[in-house]
Design a binder for this molecule. Structure first.
Ligand SMILES: [Zn+2]
Ligand SMILES: [Zn+2]
Length: 265
């Protein structure tokens, strides 16, 4: 299957954008056309929930992110199908960064359930021991997929801040535990993201077999998928086709994708 969508792209509006000059909606859509990508999902970081105050880092990245993006898009003409969404986040199980009202106003919500690198903001595992991080991942994931907020889970089971231990952490989660968690995601119609973050690189800190193992279990559990480059720069946007190694290893077809991102041609 050729990947024709990228549902996870950050623009200059995200504080962590790596190229604020060039990472504009206009340039992103032009590059998508050049790459033969027919659906782009904008997914800047957003925290906008009066019930759960933001961190200092999130505070400027409020619902105005969406307004600014929409203003930029008005001026653009493109053949690419544009989805306006965000990468939302959570502090702890049940404590989310967006409201159901905002989620309903968006084309998609990627919900991050593993931003554990935000140590002063996001609830932390009991310890850095692999099983403790694994338990934490499972609790966040279940809360995320049952939240009613998420279209798809951003970089699922990638515990940021603990990536160097990924193989050991994932190894402590049994097939049965994964089957149960992914079954809940499937029941709620929440997708799982296949991210460039799953590609370990040449001397990566983890094995490609690790994400392949849980993605295989997710497919068996009936989950659907979305693909995302998590681009913060044009160079990263160009890496989307590298996800083919995972998509092919899993034997995915259009039917395995969330309906939102299936090629319609
Ligand atoms: Zn993220
Ligand atoms: Zn992201």
């Amino acid at each position: 299957m050729r990947i024709t969508h990228d549902l996870h792209i950050h623009t200059y509006l995200s504080t962590c954008c790596g190229d604020k000059i060039n990472q504009t909606p206009r340039a992103i859509l032009a590059l998508a056309e050049e790459m033969g990508v027919t659906t782009i999902g904008f997914s800047d970081h957003v925290w906008a929930n009066p019930g759960v105050p933001p961190s200092d880092w999130y505070r400027p990245q409020d619902e105005n992110q969406i307004r600014r993006l929409r203003e930029d898009l008005v001026a653009l003409e493109t053949d690419v199908r544009v989805l306006v969404g965000c990468e939302a986040d959570m502090r702890a199980p049940g404590a989310f960064g967006i409201t159901p009202e905002l989620a309903a106003d968006l084309d998609h919500v990627l919900l991050a359930c593993s931003h554990f690198h935000m140590r002063d903001f996001v609830a932390q595992p009991e310890s850095a021991a692999p099983r403790d991080v694994a338990r934490h991942l499972l609790a966040f994931f279940i809360s995320g997929v049952t939240s009613g907020l998420a279209t798809s889970i951003a970089h699922p089971f990638l515990p940021l801040g603990h990536i160097e231990q990924l193989d050991a952490i994932i190894a402590t989660i049994s097939d049965g535990e994964f089957a149960e968690a992914f079954g809940v995601a499937g029941e709620h119609g929440v997708g799982l993201e296949i991210t460039t973050g799953f590609l370990p690189g040449i001397d990566g800190p983890f094995s490609l077999e690790t994400p392949l193992r849980f993605l295989t279990l997710a497919k068996q559990a009936g989950c659907h998928f979305t693909c995302g480059s998590d681009a913060h720069t044009p160079a990263r946007q160009r890496e989307l086709p590298q996800l083919t190694v995972l998509v092919d290893a899993l034997g995915l077809t259009e039917d395995d994708l969330l309906p939102l991102v299936r090629a319609t041609a």
